[in-house]
Ligand binder design. Sequence first.
Ligand SMILES: Cc1ncc(COP(=O)(O)O)c(C=O)c1O
Length: 441
Amino acid sequence: MTAQALPNDLEPFWMPFTANRHFKKAPRLLAEAKDMHYSTPEGRKILDATAGLWCVNAGHGREKIVKAVQAQVAKLDFAPSFNVGHPIAFELAARLTSMVPGYSQVFYTNSGSESVDTALKIALAYQRAIGQGTRTRLIGRERGYHGVGFGGMSVGGMVANRKIWGPSMLNGVDHIRHTHEPEKNAFSKGQPEWGAHLADDLERLVALHDASTIAAVIVEPVAGSTGVLVPPKGYLQRLRQICDKHGILLIFDEVITGFGRLGSSFATEHFGVKPDLFTTAKGISNATIPMGAVFCRKGIYDAFMNGPEGMIEVFHGYTYSAHPVACAAALATLDIYREEGLFERAAELSPYWQEAVHSMKGLPNVIDIRNCGLTAGVELAPRPNAPPTSRGMDAHLKAFEKGVMVRFSGETICMSPPLIISKGQIDQIVDTVTDVIKTIH
Ligand SMILES: Cc1ncc(COP(=O)(O)O)c(C=O)c1O
């Protein structure tokens, strides 16, 4: 471990989604990473139970990706994709669409937030292109997280992420209810048995607004950032049926669930439900270089191809859409997923993971445990008269002291390790979190 220069002034960096003053009094710095571990500047190893931020699915510092990135920077550092192109952007698009039958185009972005805004914009433009221009309303779901752009924030349903910007959000957005019903669903292993009918809440909004005003519904197949909410059995199928009945597009936000997290390539495959569009980011490039992509089912792109041939069909895109270095990182990442069978590995490990995390049932203050694929949420009872993240934050801090990095969302401890994790490392995570929970009063 090389000695790392420590920053002597933490103030200039306004950290995202962080309690800045609290952090800067006692910073938790990560200096290096390899496979399943981070190292602190002092050389302390931290087991990564969160795949960074649900994104480093193949583990850290993968040589194949590093080499691909180095080679690509040297060969073609940047090329725009507006009216010119570069070969590996097309190669990657073909690889991505070949992973999931029924989807024929991808639109490149640089993040989950951009993927969400892109998908919403494609949905609106598509409805207009097929002569359904009155369909301008977007529907999200309570407790949903779709990033921080104005579109994603508006369809999102996490109160803290919305309340400050209330009146500035998109017009005409509404939300169906969330699926979290602890009295019926607590401690479900995998998908809860109860709750498919909660999808019928979409019928309520159709009755209120009329289908002719609704363009699209967006949901996370498994809601991650709100604390791992797993869809009840049959729920997503029912949502699909209601959308079909009313000509509403269904968008899955697969920014977390994409690229093996559930033990399948994508949640659409895992749950056997085909949305019209689905968003990805994070695991697409193992997070090495920022990238995202929106997958479009066959027919969406074609609907835009009817105007004069020399005209730009959709006025949307980012300077860094299909950035060559991100494309190289993504191609190398897809190679690793395939060569090492990491999606299958995640599926094989899921039952072990499930039993391990559910062994925490009965610990003090644990009021629910939820899991799907290699994700889990352990929800703690809120402390009376304390902020609603108080026990969750303590769990994160204490686990970090003990050498394991977990996330917290409200009072839920969230875990989503890289797919290369071993059973021994699963045990280490669960043993550590168990010890931590026992000390949190
Ligand atoms: C489901 C979902 N959508 C969108 C985003 C936003 O992604 P980004 O932070 O890359 O903009 C996230 C991030 O966690 C997410 O979980």
